[in-house]
Design a protein around this ligand. Structure first.
Ligand code: SF4
Length: 409
């Protein structure tokens, strides 16, 4: 069985993620500290400016998916009235909570997900995050605050940016009441600066996939994105990506391939299938095919952040996101990525419970294939609910797709 090449920088990952979860747990137990829950592309930098310890439930739910526990807990949320058709991050996380389960117990001895003082969402990715956070807000009787983002945005205009920046400023006033102190502007700016630096490094890490052969795969990206998601705005994420980048640069200089004898290069559009990353990665290794890039891993690149204009640049960064944009903008983006990464084809993951990250449903796959002259494959699945995924069918379809790529050479 082919095995993915180890990346040495990953050795630090366990420790920094442990420190993150233990840090949030310690804050819950310390009456002088406050905890905020934040959506994965929510206003983390602002929360750090108030000194909140920040926790990201999407990351927790992705862990449930990765250890293949999510499917077991989804039915408990369904029984509480949350449909099996809605976000399986939400249903897995709420279902596990209803059953008193968290993987943090086994991993770190943490009894429960942290009780928040406030939950803060941004609907830039979807409405599900708002419903998810509201469930916990009702459970604990704590405030749930948020930013309501424009959707389907073509060109991002100053009106868009001003309206979101205005919401961020109002949010800051409300957060000051929860925090019991005003926003520390220096801390806020520093968080924006570190977040921008983290993002810049993360982008450089991902771009080592443009080398031929590629220095990393989408599957590596799903592992190494952790600090960009939960630790952006903090020095530890910057250090992590400096190390990782220097290791990957060496790979590029020495022509070290992430996939031995790389023959084909694919772009992954859509969510990861968290519980099946390993078998998928192994299948692509066997097929000498590298999944060189993805929209998903790129979602944590926020280079627009600027510490001199923290509110406005956050508003821009979190509105220029792929998921917020109209189909023509998304198509141009994917086309550009496929060209830059020299992808021979695109694999779309149609995630049953996440229409927001399934871009194959309105003809985009066909339009892009026509435009780029490259084939595509759609695989049905889900991010967390493995009942929606047939491994056998996906395996066969991927094999046939790679065969098609080979014939097209
Ligand atoms: S974007 Fe999709 S996966 Fe993420 S929270 Fe929303 S519905 Fe769930």
């Amino acid at each position: 069985m082919a095995e993915a090449k180890k990346i040495a920088a990953a050795k630090n990952m366990k420790k920094i993620m442990a420190d993150h979860f233990l840090g949030v747990d310690a804050a819950v137990k310390d009456p002088k500290r406050k905890v905020a829950w934040c959506t994965s592309v929510g206003p983390a930098e602002l929360l750090q400016g108030f000194g909140f310890e920040v926790y990201y439930p999407e990351n927790h739910s992705a862990i449930l998916g990765s250890i293949r526990k999510a499917t077991d807990y989804i039915p408990y949320a369904n029984a509480a009235g949350y449909s099996p058709e809605i976000c399986s991050y939400l249903t897995a996380d709420v279902g596990a909570f209803l059953q008193g389960y968290t993987p943090l117990t086994r991993a770190y001895g943490i009894e429960s997900v942290p009780k928040p003082d406030v939950l803060v969402y941004n609907t830039n990715q979807c409405r599900d995050v708002q419903d998810w956070f509201m469930w916990y807000a009702r459970h604990w009787d704590v405030p749930c605050l948020g930013i309501e983002t424009h959707r389907n945005v073509g060109e991002v205009t100053s009106e868009h940016v001003d309206s979101i920046a205005g919401q961020l400023k109002n949010l800051a006033s409300e957060l000051a009441r929860v925090a019991g102190q005003p926003l520390d502007m220096d801390k806020f700016k520093e968080s924006v600066r570190l977040s921008q630096r983290c993002s810049e490094l993360w982008e450089k890490v991902l771009r080592t996939g443009t080398s031929k052969p590629s220095a990393l795969t989408f599957f590596d990206g799903t592992i190494h994105m952790g600090p960009a998601v939960v630790l952006r705005g903090l020095p530890v994420a910057v250090e992590y990506y400096e190390n990782l980048l220097s290791e990957l640069k060496q790979r590029v200089d020495n022509q070290v391939a992430a996939v031995e004898e790389e023959q084909h290069r694919i772009y992954w559009e859509g969510m990861p299938i968290w519980g099946k990353l390993r078998p998928l990665s192994e299948q692509f290794l066997e097929l000498k095919t590298c999944v060189v890039a993805s929209t998903y891993c790129n979602s944590w690149i926020f280079n627009q952040l600027d510490p001199e204009h923290p509110f406005e640049s956050m508003a821009r960064a979190y509105t220029e996101l792929f998921i917020v944009r109209s189909d023509p903008v998304k198509e141009d983006y994917i086309a550009r990525m496929c060209e830059e990464y020299q992808a021979d084809g695109i694999l779309y993951h149609d995630a049953r419970t996440c229409p927001n990250n399934s871009n194959n449903r309105y003809g985009m796959a066909q339009r892009l294939s026509d435009r780029l002259g490259t084939p595509h494959l759609v695989i049905d699945g889900d991010l967390n609910d493995l009942r929606c995924y047939s491994e056998e069918q996906a395996r066969t379809n991927i094999e046939a797709f790679v065969e098609q790529l080979a014939q097209g050479r």
